[in-house]
Design a protein around this ligand. Structure first.
Ligand SMILES: [Mn+2]
Length: 248
């Protein structure tokens, strides 16, 4: 495993991160996937703080026989991104997520796409979810909820999130056709399921109307970006975590 020498992303000016403990070192519990898939792979995760000043950032690496993925995420970013997944349409969507959510996001991923894109798409969802969870830490001071409506021409998408620690996906999306340049757009449901599960996030994706599948997915990712930007942002009125239970 490589050692990080310096922060990947500089802290955003004017952003005060909440104090939280250092993220744990390499964990003994692997970042898993839903049990519906075989578990004959070796999984390794590396996570470490990018610096020692408590910025809300995380690096998560996950390597199996099916995919090799490394994601660096900074919540208090500017939308700086370097995204290479070998799947151009997915790159386009993750690019939108970073840009419109003001996240600094680096993704390097490859997988057994000669078999199917499924492993790679789902595993990127797993690692991104894990990175989001780690970057949030104890979620002290965050707004927790976020919602956004985003149009793109004839399409309207609505995404609502709750960083509750309770994974749940609601996905009301009908696509008039299933593929763009051979890429199976139905895989996005698996992506969002993995993201929700591993971030510990309630995620509702609704598209009341839309004609063009490119527009539909693009407006979903922009709405997710805006909803997440809102949910992870800090509210000075929140002391501790925004929960009567006392933890999220
Ligand atoms: Mn586009």
């Amino acid at each position: 495993m490589k050692t990080m020498k310096k922060p990947l992303h500089p802290p955003a000016p004017g952003v005060v991160a909440p104090a939280r403990p250092e993220p744990a070192g390499p964990s003994s519990s692997p970042v898993g996937r839903a049990p519906s898939r075989g578990n004959n792979s070796t999984t390794r995760r590396a996570s470490r703080p990018l610096n020692t000043r408590g910025q809300r950032q995380a690096i998560v690496e996950r390597n199996t026989t099916e995919s090799q993925i490394r994601i660096a995420l900074a919540l208090d970013g500017t939308g700086t991104r370097r995204i290479h997944t070998t799947i151009p349409f997915l790159d386009h969507m993750l690019d939108l997520l970073a840009k419109h959510g003001f996240f600094d996001l680096t993704i390097r991923a490859k997988g057994d796409t000669h078999i199917d894109d499924h492993h790679t798409v789902e595993d990127i969802g797993i690692v991104l979810g894990e990175a989001l969870k780690q970057a949030l830490g104890k979620k002290e001071g965050v707004k927790r909820f976020g919602t956004a409506w985003v149009p793109l021409d004839e399409t309207l998408a609505q995404v609502t999130v709750d960083l509750s620690g309770r994974p749940y996906l609601v996905y009301n999306v009908k696509l008039p056709h299933r593929r763009i340049k051979g890429f199976d757009l139905y895989l996005f449901e698996d992506f969002f399921q993995a993201l929700s599960t591993h971030a510990g996030m309630n995620l509702h994706v609704n598209v009341p109307y839309g004609r063009n599948p490119h527009h539909i997915l693009e407006s979903i990712f922009k709405a997710l970006a805006k909803a997440l930007d809102q949910a992870v942002s800090l509210d000075p009125r929140v002391s501790g975590v925004l929960s009567t239970k006392g933890s999220l």
